[in-house]
Design a protein around this ligand. Structure first.
Ligand code: EPZ
Length: 418
């Protein structure tokens, strides 16, 4: 089993190009099924979640071609409507294929996505909304059998919580429904608007009249398109955290500052200089030791993103001050705390609240990653720790980060995969 070996406390300085957004490419690849044509998608991150998604597309009968970070997917000859259990379990977000299969072939047979490292991942809002659109869903033995003989009927749906996945499934399911669908209280993450942009460029008719509402006028068919994925805002925050713990000076290319509007002030208050005057890029210059004395509440977009909680917590471990994290989105997203404690952090967790007392130094040791963003937190902590940190569980990192160790090594980190 491979490990990352980091020799910490080395200053990071240089330029990193931020990858395409994982949480954009996954729903957009699924949505490409609805076009039954060829789609050319640029700026795709080469990560294992994309590989898993492509395995599902190939299983369904799609043609896939690669050209660097461009994926050409052709869904003309889809011949299946089921996703094997193994593939469903490999990636929680494969539930997004439900809406895509319904819109594309009119039926779907998929296994329940099951739990994941962040706690139970219910799909009640997905199912509730799809049933309102007229989908017939039979659940049994962990399998969802769905069919929409006669097609779906547009209607007004209001989500009880702005769930990202439920929003995406309902958008994709309703683009070819009869009539108009109004979705309210939807998730507003930038990746949702990237999906809307992709679908509209395929001929869908989706309007975004105001915050949290979409009006979708069903169309008969969609056609292929060419689309470029937005940058990964969470990857950007991860590298910003790495700069903050290494007195770093990083120039990040491909950053849309509005996408991290709730995060930039956190770094500025920590004493970092953040320059965003050059279009679609960001420079972060860190102080000798970040100052961190604040409450961080994770919220749906545009609030502080739950995916940024772990990497920013790693930064707060080494900061001067006390910070309080409240994880409002997932019920079990502090798996990284136990591993940060092994590095010498001072963190107390009580339910959804974690109190971090910054310490002067962390000392390297062996730690194990247990989920994607927790793994990123361990890399950040290892970069700021003294001595050698060995991180196992790299499959979690590979799910969402393209070239993480190469990027860090290119700006001065001592980090090797062995
Ligand atoms: C997406 O997950 C992202 N994944 C997550 O990123 C991200 O953390 C999350 O949105 C929140 O921003 C992808 O986009 C592939 P939710 P998703 O539905 O869609 C509960 C990462 O690290 N819920 O907004 O699963 C749910 O249990 C990953 O890149 C229901 O109760 O998130 C959770 O507590 C991790 N019923 C909360 O809502 C439902 O039907 C938010 O979930 C659906 C969700």
């Amino acid at each position: 089993m491979s490990k990352l070996i980091i020799e910490g406390a080395r200053r990071l300085k240089g330029e990193i190009k931020i990858q395409g957004a994982k949480n954009s490419i996954l729903p957009i690849l699924a949505a490409s099924l609805v076009t039954r044509a060829e789609c050319v998608i640029h700026n795709c991150p080469m990560i294992s979640d994309v590989e898993t998604t492509l395995k599902i597309l190939r299983h369904l009968g799609c043609g896939i071609k690669f050209d660097g970070n461009t994926i050409i997917v052709n869904s003309e000859n889809i011949c299946k409507n089921n996703i094997p259990n193994l593939l469903m379990r490999e990636m929680r977000s494969s539930i997004i294929f439900l809406g895509a299969l319904i819109s594309s072939v009119g039926s779907a047979e998929i296994s329940l996505p099951g739990g994941c490292e962040l706690g139970p991942r219910p799909i009640d809002m997905h199912i509730e909304g799809l049933r309102q659109l007229g989908l017939r869903i039979n659940e049994g033995h962990g399998i969802l059998k769905c069919s929409n003989e006669g097609g779906l009927e547009g209607c007004n749906i209001s989500l009880s919580f702005p769930s990202v996945g439920a929003t995406e499934n309902l958008i994709i399911a309703s683009v070819r429904a009869r009539g108009t669908t109004v979705l309210s209280n939807i998730a507003r993450e930038p990746e949702i608007m990237d999906l809307v942009g992709f679908l509209n460029s395929c001929g869908a008719k989706i309007e975004s009249p105001g915050e949290g509402t979409l009006i979708i006028e069903g169309v008969k068919n969609l056609h292929g398109t060419e689309h470029t994925i937005i940058p990964d805002r969470i990857a950007a925050v991860t590298y910003m955290s790495a700069a903050a713990v290494t007195v770093g000076d990083l120039f990040l290319k491909n950053v849309i500052k509005d996408h991290i509007g709730a995060v930039i002030p956190v770094f500025e208050e920590a004493g970092c200089t953040v320059e965003t005057d050059i279009k679609n890029s960001l420079r972060i210059i860190a102080p000798t030791r970040p100052y961190f004395n604040r409450m961080i509440r994770t919220m749906p977009y545009p609030g502080f993103p739950t995916d940024a909680q772990a990497p920013v917590m790693a930064m707060s471990c080494l900061a001067d001050g006390t910070s309080v994290f409240v994880e409002n989105i997932f019920s079990n997203r502090y798996k990284h705390v136990g591993e940060l404690l092994r590095l010498g952090a001072d963190i107390k967790v009580e339910g959804r609240v974690a109190v971090v007392e910054g310490v002067k130094r962390l000392s390297g040791t062996e730690v194990a990653a247990m989920d994607l963003r927790g793994a990123a937190a361990l890399v950040v902590a290892g970069l700021g720790a003294e001595g050698i940190t060995k991180i196992s569980g790299l499959s979690h990192i590979d799910r969402g980060y393209e070239n993480l160790e190469n990027n860090l090594e290119s700006v001065g980190a001592s980090i090797k995969r062995v």
